[in-house]
Design a protein around this ligand. Structure first.
Ligand code: PFF
Length: 455
């Protein structure tokens, strides 16, 4: 491959990279995070702001990360070092990304473990092993959570030690269409049930009275999380890109695809919530109107729906859904682990296998703690996802716009997109990266800090 460090892997085909990046983007963020956030933040107004965040902030930052990665062929820490001649402050952006990767992965594996546990829950339920079904379906059971968390961590480590190219490229190619098909089948089914139209109303009718600083932060954090931005995952994936690939086009595909899957998942989960409510399951606190539990919502509501379908078909849909969700989570968790692992490989000269086990083992230990203390999930989401990723995105914009300079990045983007400097994209991107995105992110972060500490 045409890179300075020949030991680094590379994506085999154009579509291979797009699938891998889409695999990183599409995950729990779309199917667990997005619908929960929509329900938590009053529905359609949140969705509109979320779309705005993805297209106007997320997409330009994605192009930035890919350009930085492909130019330097390095992990995030190495990449910022290389572009800044070793400037300490610039390397901090990379270190922040590595820390966010570790901490986000530590709760991501716990939720991914739940998806695996629910594969068994559906099976046990179908075969009338009620005690076993209740045991694996109990989200508050620490030892059971820890076991599934460690198992999922093990799968993640195994893929990362093997390198990401072939297996992931092939798996995602088959996985995505089946996932979409199942989601669509379930949407059609849920629409026939009582309560579903209330869910649709929540999804499509905006109520802007709910919009405040914290909603903006949630939407921005969700956009960064769902698109895998702000911590250098796409710098790392971009470092395995060849020079023929059109970065802008690839980023556009990944962004659109990720938004599409989130919307489809929302169209399933939000109506499913209201159907469950019509069937007597308490979703909202009647006094405050808030969700009872945002972390576990999807796992309370969806199995309810599969059990409603009932019989062999219900079990088949449930099992396939949770297996696919687990696989979608796996193609994301590997990209989360790849960031700290590639840092340890490149900057400390450790072999890939050893590095993946070291970092993965460490994350697994934190994951076990989270398994027993689920309130840490909310805390980690707030610190590392809602604040951490936009903060990382802000620093990436400022670094690229004012330190490395957009002209240099555009030279990199020109490889694979020779006419980039002639069209409208250039001016849109420069304005977004240098002015609009950093100002928007900074405003949202300042408002949040203000309300947290001074209001
Ligand atoms: N984008 C993933 C999801 O939506 O589940 C989560 C994620 C992966 C976040 C990689 C950040 C990241 F770097």
């Amino acid at each position: 491959m045409a890179t300075p460090s020949s030991s680094r892997g590379t994506w085999n085909t154009k579509i291979g990279f797009i699938l891998a990046a889409a695999g990183s983007a599409v995950g729990l963020g779309n199917i667990w995070g997005f619908p929960t956030q929509v329900a938590d933040n009053g529905g359609a107004a949140f969705i509109l702001i979320y779309l705005f965040c993805c297209l106007l902030v997320g997409f330009p930052v994605m192009v930035a990360e890919l350009a930085i990665g492909r130019r330097t062929q390095k992990n995030p820490v190495g990449a910022f070092k290389a572009l800044s001649n070793g400037n300490k402050f610039a390397s901090l952006i990379g270190y922040w990304g590595v820390l966010c990767g570790i901490m986000i992965l530590s709760f991501y594996v716990v939720i991914s473990g739940w998806t695996l546990a629910y594969v068994f829950e559906e099976l046990f339920y179908y075969f009338n092993y009620d005690t076993a079904a209740l045991y694996v379906g109990d989200l508050g059971n620490g030892p059971k959570n820890a076991a599934f968390t460690l198992f999922f961590m093990l799968l993640t480590i195994l893929v990362v030690t093997g390198g990401v190219s072939k297996g992931i490229e092939r798996a995602t190619k088959m996985l995505m269409p089946v996932l979409i098909a199942i989601l669509l089948i379930l949407i059609v089914y849920i629409m026939t049930l009582e309560g579903a139209t209330d869910g649709l109303a929540m999804f499509f009718m905006p109520d802007f009275s709910t919009v405040d600083g914290s909603l903006l932060l949630s939407a921005l954090g969700q956009a960064f999380f769902s698109l895998s931005l702000g911590m250098g995952a796409l710098i790392t994936y971009g470092s395995y890109l060849n020079k023929k690939q059109n970065i802008v086009e690839s980023a556009a595909y990944v962004t659109i695809f990720d938004i599409g899957i989130a919307i489809i998942a929302g169209l399933l989960v939000i109506p499913a919530m209201f159907v469950a409510q019509a069937a007597g399951v308490q979703i909202f606190n009647p006094e405050t109107g808030d969700l009872f539990s945002s972390v576990t919502l999807v796992f309370d509501v969806l199995p309810e729906m599969f059990h409603n379908v009932g019989g062999f078909i219900g079990m088949l849909l449930g099992v396939t859904f949770f297996i696919l969700l687990g696989l979608a989570a796996l193609t994301s968790s590997i990209s989360l682990l790849e960031v700290p692992t590639s840092y340890v490989i490149d900057e400390h000269g450790v072999q890939r296998k050893k590095a993946a086990w070291l970092v993965g083992g460490f994350v697994g230990i934190i994951g076990v703690v989270v398994s027993f203390e689920l309130s840490l999930i909310d805390l980690f989401v707030e610190i590392f996802n809602e604040v951490g990723l936009p903060l990382g995105g802000l620093m990436i914009c400022l670094f690229l716009g004012y330190f490395w300079k957009t002209e240099n990045a555009l030279l990199e983007i020109q490889d694979g997109y020779p006419t980039v400097n002639d069209g409208k994209f250039r001016i849109f991107w420069i304005i977004m990266i240098k002015f609009i995105s950093p100002v928007l992110i900074a405003l949202v972060l300042i408002t949040t800090i203000w309300t947290l500490f001074f209001a």
